[in-house]
Design a protein. Sequence first.
Length: 93
Amino acid sequence: MADEDPADSVDLENPDQVTVGVTRGEYDLEIGSTDYPTRADVSVRPEPEGVALTVDAMVADHVRGYADAQLTLEEATELRAVLDGAIEQLADE
């Protein structure tokens, strides 16, 4: 059966450069300061309300951190423009 997941996913070449942090009250939790991720990816998929963006980082098989963001069409378009600008700057260097 064909894969029906509409998400496009990009495995990151340097997962050890991903940090996922969470602050709740007086507690700070972070993945990436001592437990460097061994795998990370960014996925994007269309949703009825807009675009779903997920950043997922895993440390071996015992820790997982992720961030999900639901972007409107306007926000996704703005993010694309920001990414295009960053890529152009890198290409010019």
